[in-house]
Design a protein. Structure first.
Length: 339
């Protein structure tokens, strides 16, 4: 068993310590504390056969795995996250899973994601090699970023087993036959997902759902690329544009609409983050693949019913009752196109 607790006097320093530990033992990430709120983090790492187990306690802030991290190759894993205390939010694969105590979700190390904590929280993470998980749960991409609620399917039994096993491992108790237990646990996880999400695959084949997940993964990995469009997705995956259109038939939107929606959502998320107050709206929009301020403003208004500047001002005001009238940068005032 390996443990870690941040000890730097400052929140920024503790977040940097947390980032270094997390990146060296789990996946390479960024860790950002919330402004003005004390940050702390504690880890306990153990092993259950082929599964790496991590108990994580952390204060208000975020843990993000970005496209920059993905550019440096590492073994692909899927992490099963069990929220055991407080609450957290996982943004992943175009989904937002708001997790309360007992909720579960899946996370793919090969796709960008952000886990946010608004108050102190605790979660258990089971990191499973991709090939092993797929033996038990085909097409796990289909479930990534989706909330498996407590009391849904076998969630309660799965959560109880995970917590019991983690407690024994942390206490140094020999669980006996760890490989077999790990596989039995993964069978329970797969069964719980099958029960809870049995609607997946009813209207289309499992092969098509798997392909849809792979296309979404490619889009999430390249969302910031301004040249990303359905034809480049097809080219990158070595399939035809017609096949990409057919794959998106399992959803309610086209590939182009999905790309636009995800870019707008990421822009809105960043604009609502006080840590990005020093960056202009144009800067944020262009960083997410837009190359025209008027086009971005028009599409943003169509999606959120307000201009980017007004949206940003209002959402930041709600977070900071003192008012944030001075947040808009000089570049935005001068540009005018995003008003």
């Amino acid at each position: 068993m390996e443990t870690f607790r941040s000890s730097n006097p400052s929140s920024r320093g503790r977040a940097l310590e947390c980032k270094r530990f997390y990146s060296s033992r789990l996946d390479e990430v960024d860790v950002l504390p919330s402004d003005g709120v004390p940050f702390d983090a504690e880890f306990c790492l153990t092993q259950l056969g082929p599964i790496q187990v991590a108990r994580i306690r952390c204060g208000t802030g975020s843990i993000s795995r970005t496209a920059l991290h993905l550019s440096r190759p590492s073994p692909r894993t899927y992490s099963l996250l069990l929220q055991t205390g407080g609450s957290g939010t996982l943004d992943h694969y175009g989904h937002r899973a708001v997790l309360g105590e007992g909720d579960l979700t899946l996370c793919d190390s090969d796709a960008p994601h952000t886990y946010r904590v608004e108050t102190a929280a605790e979660l258990l993470m089971l990191r499973v090699p991709a090939d092993l998980l797929k033996e038990h749960l085909p097409s796990p991409e289909s479930f990534c970023g989706q909330r498996l609620a407590a009391h849904q399917g076998l969630s309660d039994s799965v959560a109880a087993l995970i917590q019991s096993l983690c407690g024994q491992l942390e206490s140094g108790i020999d669980v006996g036959f760890p490989d077999r237990i790990a596989r039995n646990l993964l069978d329970m996880v797969a069964t719980s997902y099958a029960i809870a999400f049995d609607s997946l695959g009813k209207d289309s084949s499992s092969v098509l759902n798997s392909s849809f997940a792979k296309v979404r993964l490619f889009i999430e990995q390249h969302l910031r690329n301004p040249t990303l469009r359905p034809s480049s997705v097809a080219e990158g995956l070595h399939v035809s544009s017609r096949y990409v259109r057919m794959i998106f038939a399992v959803s309610s939107e086209t590939a182009s609409a999905y790309i636009l929606r995800r870019r707008l959502e990421e822009c809105a998320r960043q604009m609502a983050d006080p840590r990005w107050q020093g960056h202009s709206i144009t800067e944020i929009a262009f960083a997410w693949g837009f190359n025209s301020a008027p086009h971005f403003t028009r599409k943003f208004r169509g999606r959120f019913g307000d201009s980017p500047r007004s949206y940003r001002r209002l959402v930041l005001q709600r977070q900071s009752p003192g008012g944030v009238e001075g947040v808009v940068s000089t570049g935005e005032r001068a540009g005018g196109a995003l008003a």
